[in-house]
Design a protein around this ligand. Sequence first.
Ligand SMILES: Nc1ncnc2c1ncn2[C@@H]1O[C@H](COP(=O)(O)OP(=O)(O)O)[C@@H](O)[C@H]1O
Ligand SMILES: [Mg+2]
Length: 446
Amino acid sequence: MLSLNDISPILECIVSFIEEGVIIADMKGKVLYHNPAAAQLLDQPVDRPITSLNTIGRFNFKKRLLQAAIRAGNADAAGRPSGKFVRFEAKIGAHNGTRVIEFNSGLVTLGDGSEQLRLVLLSDRTEHARLQAVLDNNQHPGILTRDPSMQAVLARIHQVANAQAAVLLQGESGTGKTQLARMLHTLSDRSDKPFVEVNCAAIPDTLIESELFGHVKGAFTGATQNRPGRFQAADGGTLFLDEISEVPLHLQAKLLRAIQEQAFEPVGSDRTQHVDIRIVSASNRSLRELVEEDRFRADLYYRLAVIPLQVPPLRERPGDILLLAQHFIEELAKRGYPGDIRIGDEARRVLMNYPWPGNVRELENAIEHGIICAVDKEIRTESLPQDITQYSEQPVPALTEDPEEAERLAIKRALAEANGSRSVAASLLGIDRTTLWRRMNKLGLR
Ligand SMILES: Nc1ncnc2c1ncn2[C@@H]1O[C@H](COP(=O)(O)OP(=O)(O)O)[C@@H](O)[C@H]1O
Ligand SMILES: [Mg+2]
């Protein structure tokens, strides 16, 4: 039988080949040994060995270890990790994107019991985390679209999710800005930190400063105790400032400084607080126009709009109307409404022709109305809300008396609106693709 001493060169060889990272450190965190995999998992250049546990990744190793120990009930009375092995995951920014690394760490006592060393084992959990995110996403379906301009918005959101830069979402009410802001946070490496929403239009001017930055006891009448604000609540995560255009001018300078320097003073206090926050804001009014009218500070606008995204109104993405209508029928079925509901042909046409001033939110409500008022499990025109049916009754100015010519015009218009896509044009017209193809043939439109 070989002794441990004899096989130690073999063990070292094995450790240098395995995919798991191995780090051995002293009790102070000074690294005594690590294998090549550890350097690779931590994205450390080969020529710069890891020297201290306190400088690995971009997170606080000691703090995360203690948190994990406390969670596992392995902290001693003085609040120190007991030394038993505990595990935690951390995100590491690497040259090839963010990696999720699992750490297992505990103390190992050497031979005679006089010395203890810290052993850290690392493994790559990135793929697992990705799969989990996909699964989670399917449970909370986010943004549904087949419209190219909306797909471009989604692609951009994926692209910028991990950046620190501020994102400004502009678009009409109900187009999905709040949903997109949440999606951005979920995709970012801040997803395990808070997403805090502030609707600036819903808070009276006089309270907005204290809502955002908090206040100290006695700062104003009614401030009976210290209260942290939303900036504090969002620390480490994302702060979503909805209807940002409604922030009063006199507060915009303080907001700008808070975003720029990630620092602010609560109302009534002169102690500066520091935070680490990603700002996403939204507006249904054009901030640029407000800047031109001197109603919004230009410097704040540029700070908020590092990545500006325009969310198109529903009427400009006709391909989404019936897709979302069907989606809402399924969603509402989960909430107890009957699921086997069809949308009648005439109602489809009405939905396609309506301009949707309230966008997706209005469509969602219209479908709920339609299901409640369905006839024989079919949403008919008369099942839809009055605003929509009345709109469809407005006479369309007749361009021609000739029905064939009228149809030819309608098809041409639909094709133009659909950028030449026949399936989108067909859904715009409320007919299927083969019917469109047949009629185009008949009318000599090829
Ligand atoms: N593309 C989409 N797919 C599925 N649901 C959507 C989509 N866009 C918006 N919604 C839903 O429509 C409603 C309005 O969206 P929201 O994000 O609140 O709009 P906004 O913030 O622009 O007013 C929400 O219930 C949202 O879940
Ligand atoms: Mg919103």
